[in-house]
Ligand binder design. Structure first.
Ligand SMILES: O=C(O)c1cc(=O)[nH]c(=O)n1[C@@H]1O[C@H](COP(=O)(O)O)[C@@H](O)[C@H]1O
Length: 272
């Protein structure tokens, strides 16, 4: 999917919401456990109830890998279901990969070609040759971890390297990578006040912003400091939406939570 198409969807739906499919069988409604594939059954119900309120879904692969081959099959069914039924939706494989060049090429093939995701999250730690194999795929997006939402972000990401915080070095150096127009970046909603300086370095790049809801980040602050001329934001919520209820009406309850965020987003878009 092109960035222009994504921006068009955001304007049309008045939403830059990404729903995280962090599907945990300990948390899904008990009646679903009788299904042949409870993970997919849960995801399908959530997607059908919420697709009009969001522009992206982000399955975090950890939640699928944890269930072995059955989990991977559920991930495959989920992305196929999205690509066939809702091709206008931007899809993110939250896999946080990145390795030496030939290995990264295989990861890129797995997520972009085999599974057919639009984007994948990548850790920048191994540098240029670990990221460029992902960037080589046309109309696919590589979402580089810049400043993450967790406390551990302060262990390394904000440390000074050559006179600048490491996360700023990530932003600046990655701009020199081949096909860098295919880059997006992760910035945690809990780090919203850093967004002004981040926007000075990457004024128009899309940011995937997790950490609203359960982690405590503020959507209003993210918009105030992080919104660009082309919106430039995909704000993710996982647990706050998908586990709104563990009763039979769970999908409807998740749609209500998604709608609350979408309406807040619509107001933010109208302010600009
Ligand atoms: O790359 C991510 O998506 C990510 C980066 C980050 O800095 N913080 C972060 O929470 N995430 C992911 O975003 C989701 C957040 O989930 P909730 O806190 O339940 O909304 C999880 O899948 C995390 O792995």
């Amino acid at each position: 999917m092109t960035t222009d198409f994504l921006v068009g969807q955001i304007r049309k739906k008045e939403s830059f919401l990404c729903i995280g499919l962090d599907t945990d069988l300990d948390k899904v409604p008990k009646h679903l456990l009788k299904e042949e594939d409870p993970i997919f059954a849960f995801n399908k119900a959530i997607i059908d109830a919420t697709h009009h309120l969001c522009v992206a879904y982000k399955p975090n692969t950890a939640f699928y890998e944890a269930y072995g081959i059955k989990g991977w099959q559920a991930l495959e069914k989920t992305i196929n279901y999205l690509n066939i039924n809702y091709p206008e939706i931007f899809t993110i494989a939250d896999a946080k990969r990145g390795d030496i060049g030939n290995t990264s090429t295989r990861y890129a093939k797995a997520f972009f070609e085999d599974l057919g995701f639009d984007s994948v999250t990548i850790a920048p730690y191994m540098g240029r040759d670990s990221v460029e194999p992902f960037l080589a795929f046309k109309d696919k997006h590589t979402i580089l971890l810049a400043l993450t939402s967790n406390m551990g972000a302060f262990d390394f990401q904000t440390k000074m390297v050559d006179g600048k915080e490491l996360y700023k070095q990530v932003l600046e150096i990655s701009k020199t990578y081949e096909n860098s127009e295919n880059l997006m970046y992760v910035v945690g909603a809990t780090k919203a006040t850093f967004l002004t300086e981040i926007r000075n370095i990457i004024p128009n790049s899309f940011l995937l912003v997790p950490g609203v809801g359960v982690q405590g980040g503020s959507l209003a602050e993210v918009c105030r400091y992080g919104m660009s001329d082309n919106v430039g934001l995909l704000v993710n919520s996982s647990r706050g939406i998908i586990y709104a209820s563990d009763q039979d009406n769970f999908a409807q309850a998740s749609a209500e939570k998604a709608k609350e965020l979408q309406q807040e987003m619509s107001l933010e878009l109208k302010k600009r």
